[in-house]
Design a protein around this ligand. Structure first.
Ligand SMILES: Cc1cc2nc3c(=O)[nH]c(=O)nc-3n(C[C@H](O)[C@H](O)[C@H](O)COP(=O)(O)OP(=O)(O)OC[C@H]3O[C@@H](n4cnc5c(N)ncnc54)[C@H](O)[C@@H]3O)c2cc1C
Length: 380
């Protein structure tokens, strides 16, 4: 896939227009007030963005990974924090569509696609982040239910979400003892920690999810017992690409504003954009983003086609796109001089939002580990 089709360009334009109309005008204020704009998310769902990869029979849009990248890049031009929450929600909806049985798909997908139900992905724990197979949340079988106890850390959307995809231990230590359970918000024993105070991503809540003897029907388990870790990781492949696209959208917007700013700003008797040193920086910023975009698109194609090296390509693309996005946004701040540091210009917010993309959905060190493992194994 070297370039988008006309239909894909139309999808990208729709997302960009939505971002310009509903996200960009409020992004700085939402960040300051830590406001999570659920109504705006539901508006996005009316355009099919609540279930981008969900099959159409369950109310989804049935789009490809490549289509999704264009949506998330476009939305992030308006607000990377809101777009990134939507990416996590779409990851959960994809998991339910892919691994859910008929009844589970019927029960959850129409509401997930319309965003009547918001969802959260709960893998990380206080003692298990990168080493996710070490999770300790336990799910003990008792008749037709599991009794689930444990704490999930850093959960995006927690407290507001209606449905929680919880990875819990139903068996022996290690990845093979983990199952994936859908837990509803009103389940007795489910509670949430206080909202975390964060550097960025402030237009969406991050809280602990605390499970204290929560009774979850066995019918809410996705896939067979013990398949939860594999399910969790397969969701993350697409999630990583989308986070990379969110980085590109935020950084592209920062670059666009920088070009305008340098054209308007005069120093030493001429507009700053006439300085060749600054033009070279702008050229490098645009080039880094374009290179990252190409790799993201290549990885999306590998995921859509179920290629053998999709995991490796997704890890490479996530690392490259999130590093490039942060570096470009940070350079855009520098090129705005002191004004880049002021909240009202919106650039420092983009930098703060993009920083966490290098940490979550697998840190960029873990992305390197995944790539290195394939090199050492001699496989591509
Ligand atoms: C704002 C925010 C939102 C999040 N949302 C979610 C969510 O919705 N759901 C969810 O499940 N999780 C979520 N996370 C958690 C996130 O995925 C983890 O923070 C991340 O996976 C890293 O885990 P950790 O914080 O425990 O760091 P650790 O695993 O403790 O790592 C600490 C450092 O050591 C490095 N490191 C660890 N192991 C190795 C190694 N073997 N080799 C080299 N370096 C290594 C890491 O790269 C990192 O730099 C979120 C995090 C944040 C900050």
């Amino acid at each position: 896939m070297s370039r988008p089709t006309d239909e894909q360009l139309a999808i990208a334009r729709t997302a960009q227009q939505f971002a310009a109309e509903y996200l960009a005008p409020h992004a700085v204020e939402w960040d300051e007030q830590q406001f999570f704009p659920v109504d705006v998310l539901r508006k996005a769902a009316q355009l099919g963005m609540g279930g981008l990869y969900v099959r159409e029979d369950a109310g989804g849009s049935g789009l490809s990974r490549m289509d999704g990248l264009l949506v998330f890049e476009g939305l992030s031009e308006g607000c990377p924090s809101v777009a990134a929450y939507l990416s996590i929600h779409n990851m959960v909806a994809w998991v339910v569509d892919t691994y859910g049985d008929h009844a589970q798909r019927d029960r959850y997908l129409p509401n997930l696609c319309s965003l009547q139900y918001l969802s959260s992905y709960c893998l990380t724990e206080p003692g298990a982040g990168s080493d996710a197979a070490a999770i300790r949340t336990s799910a003990r079988r008792d008749g037709d239910s599991y009794v689930v106890s444990g704490t999930k850390q850093f959960i995006s959307g927690a407290g507001t979400s209606d449905v929680y995809l919880v990875m819990a231990r139903t068996g022996a230590p290690g990845p093979g003892g983990i199952s994936a359970l859908l837990v509803e918000r009103d389940s007795p024993g489910l509670s949430f920690g206080p909202e975390e105070r964060k550097m960025g991503w402030r237009a969406q809540p991050t809280r602990q999810v605390v499970l204290d003897e929560v009774r979850v029907p066995v019918s809410c388990r996705l896939g067979p017992e013990g398949a939860g870790f594999r399910i969790a990781l397969s969701g993350l492949n697409g999630g990583r690409l989308n986070i990379g696209a969110c980085s590109l959208g935020g950084a592209s917007e920062a670059l666009r504003r920088t070009v305008t700013y340098l054209g308007d700003r005069t120093a030493f008797g001429h507009p700053l954009i006439e300085s060749q040193a600054l033009q070279f920086q702008l050229a490098d910023m645009a080039t880094e983003l374009e290179a990252a975009r190409s790799l993201l698109w290549r990885a999306a194609q590998a995921l859509d086609d179920d290629e053998a090296d999709a995991l490796r390509l997704c890890a490479m693309a996530k690392r490259v796109a999130t590093d490039a996005g942060f570096e470009v946004a940070n350079r855009a701040l520098q090129l705005h001089g002191g004004y880049g540091y002021l909240a009202e210009y919106g650039i420092e917010k983009i930098v703060r939002d993009l920083r966490v993309h290098q940490i979550l959905e697998g840190t960029n060190e873990i992305m390197r580990l995944i790539v290195a493992r394939t090199l050492r194994g001699g496989t591509r």
